[in-house]
Write a protein that binds this ligand. Structure first.
Ligand SMILES: Nc1ncnc2c1ncn2[C@@H]1O[C@H](COP(=O)(O)OP(=O)(O)OP(=O)(O)O)[C@@H](O)[C@H]1O
Length: 358
């Protein structure tokens, strides 16, 4: 997995003159090629001598970019939280690498890992603010805490705490309240202020709106959308609800059984899913066009949810639930098809979509 928090140079225009710098009297110098992506990520819990590990993520290959929202969607147990935990070193990568601006963070141990966490360059926003915020601290103490951990001196903290409160649209008069005296939406905004006060480059938001009502949900999503532009922040939003991602994600990655089954620009993934599991998710979101409803109806209930072969890699991870599966799907791992800005892991894509018309 790659996290690129510095803006990439703009692509040269499709026609017209080159934007590459020139050497006087010499030929145009080409910009250096981007580094190759790191090998795909694998995460397993409990790997110890003499004990079988629980493989949770396999072959996950993703990129989070500055100023963009990457949505990660998948059902419960698909490995979404594990992916975010791996980025902050809380879940063990057993294959592949996670790079943060070219730096391999999977290799960090001990002091180097602690320093990365304390720096606040990567922030993790939890699902349930009531459980993640210390009930005895005031709002200003809560927001100031990550700054103290990052070593910011006390006098410099206060203005930054006030600025963070303003950034998330919270009134400064709330600064002396404890979390128990705030509404759910206000608490989530305190979590967001805590996350952005260190000026992170990457924000991992784990189900940031699932505990909120519709109005607060929209408010927090709009805030995330604004902050990623204002702070040029790479944001990863984890959700089990495609509807929450539809408005703000630039790109969507779909996890199933610990594998990345599809990823690409949000609009394409939502409007014309190329993996049957994505179609099932898209078809379950409210307000559906007919085609999506029929895909969901076909896919729903078409096999057991759990399968003992799920993690063996001997078959497509979704084959046991997929009405379009053929022998290839049951006997060979899913291939990786790329193009059109997307990746899809399906033997039958896009041909399976023809069945939807009938
Ligand atoms: N510390 C752990 N040790 C062993 N297995 C774990 C551990 N944490 C998570 N798992 C397992 O890893 C799998 C993925 O869990 P994870 O929490 O990443 O899924 P998720 O997609 O975020 O689910 P949810 O939407 O319910 O939060 C699950 O089968 C879970 O039981």
């Amino acid at each position: 997995m790659t996290v690129t928090t510095t803006q990439q140079p703009a692509a040269p225009p499709a026609t017209g003159t080159t934007t590459a710098p020139t050497t006087p009297g010499g030929p145009a110098r080409r910009p250096p090629p981007p580094p190759p992506p790191p090998p795909p990520l694998g995460v397993a819990y409990g790997r110890r001598p003499g004990r079988a590990a629980v493989q949770v993520l396999t072959g996950v290959d993703l990129e989070a970019r500055a100023g963009e929202v990457l949505g990660i969607i998948g059902e419960s147990g698909s490995g979404k939280t594990t992916l975010a935990r791996a980025v902050v070193g809380l879940a063990p990568a057993v294959a592949g690498r996670i790079t943060l601006d070219g730096r391999d963070v999977t290799a960090l141990r001990g002091r180097a890992l602690r320093e990365l966490r304390r720096s606040g360059v990567v922030q993790y926003m939890f699902q349930d603010p009531l459980r993640s915020l210390d009930p005895d601290l005031t709002v200003s103490q809560l927001i100031g805490e990550p700054l103290a951990v990052a070593g910011v001196a006390r006098p410099a903290r206060e203005p930054r705490v006030l600025a963070a409160l303003e950034q998330v649209g919270l009134d400064a008069t709330l600064a002396d309240r404890t979390p128990g005296r705030l509404s759910g939406g206000q608490r989530q905004r305190v979590s967001l202020a805590r996350a952005v006060v260190t000026r992170p480059r990457l924000l991992l938001a784990d189900e940031p709106v699932s505990a909120l009502d519709a109005s607060n949900r929209n408010h927090v999503l709009r805030l995330l959308d604004r902050l990623r532009h204002e702070l040029d922040l790479a944001v990863v939003v984890i959700s089990h609800d495609l509807g929450s991602l539809a408005g703000i994600a630039d790109r969507i990655a779909v996890l199933y059984g610990g594998r990345l089954v599809e990823q690409g620009p949000a609009e394409q993934v939502l409007e014309r899913p190329l993996h049957p599991y994505t179609a099932l998710l898209a078809g379950s979101a409210p307000g559906l066009p007919r085609e999506r409803r029929s895909a969901a109806a076909l896919l729903r209930g078409s096999g057991p949810v759990d399968d003992p072969l799920l993690h063996t890699g001997a078959a497509c991870v979704f084959a046991h639930r997929c009405p379009f599966a053929d022998d290839d799907c049951r006997s060979r791992p899913e291939p990786r098809q790329q193009g059109d800005g997307r990746t899809v892991a399906c033997h039958r894509a896009p041909a399976w979509r023809e069945r939807l018309a009938h």
